[in-house]
Design a protein around this ligand. Structure first.
Ligand code: HEC
Ligand code: HEC
Ligand code: HEC
Length: 111
């Protein structure tokens, strides 16, 4: 009952689709290995590629309302990283929004 708030794992936005690009347990532990800019992985093939594209993660894991993986402690990538105290710079360059959310933003559709 009186568990400290900090020990509570985050409730994250629900993913789209039946399953992830790898087993959920594998993703939980190893998603960073699939994603990082590791030239050798690209050379060795298999590990990286369309299957592990960052845009793909965003399409399935974005919040249903704003189409983003960042924005609050419920948003998929931000929520868990806040909890784990991990800082990412990926989204300085890569978009954190789905294609359709980006399109709406360009059209000035209020959200
Ligand atoms: C300084 C800008 C910059 C930062 C920061 C950055 N990237 Fe990239 N990334 C690029 C560019 C440029 C490409 C090549 C163009 C492309 O494929 O979009 C790329 C390509 C990729 C790709 C292959 C293409 C794709 O869409 O999947 C992945 C995966 C990726 N980056 C993941 C990451 C991750 C994870 C981080 C954070 C740890 C990160 N990047 C940080 C600039 C950046
Ligand atoms: C086709 C849709 C889809 C794509 C693409 C996708 N995922 Fe997933 N992901 C899921 C589903 C569904 C789950 C399982 C959710 C569950 O079990 O509650 C999941 C689970 C996860 C988990 C474990 C979450 C947890 O609660 O422990 C992580 C981490 C994850 N994905 C990261 C990623 C990353 C990083 C990418 C891009 C490389 C990605 N996913 C691409 C659908 C997707
Ligand atoms: C269920 C929790 C969880 C979710 C959800 C999650 N991550 Fe992570 N992520 C972690 C943890 C924990 C680490 C640090 C692991 C370590 O340091 O060994 C990490 C590390 C990373 C790293 C490596 C950072 C570095 O500089 O080493 C990248 C890149 C990354 N995550 C990308 C993503 C992206 C993109 C998403 C959303 C699609 C995501 N993660 C969702 C838990 C999560």
């Amino acid at each position: 009952m009186a568990a400290p708030a900090l020990a509570k794992p985050p409730v994250l936005d629900k993913a789209k689709g039946e399953k992830c690009v790898e087993e959920t347990s594998v993703m939980r532990k190893r998603h960073m290995d699939f994603l990082k800019h590791q030239r050798d992985d690209t050379v060795h093939g298999g590990i990286r590629g369309a299957k592990h594209s960052l845009a793909g993660c965003v399409e399935c894991h974005a919040n249903a309302r704003d189409g983003a993986v960042l924005g609050s402690s419920q948003h998929f990538c931000q929520g868990c990283h806040e909890y784990a105290a991990v800082k990412l710079d990926c989204f300085d360059c890569h978009t954190s929004h789905t294609k359709s959310a980006q399109a709406s933003q360009k059209r000035g559709v209020p959200r």
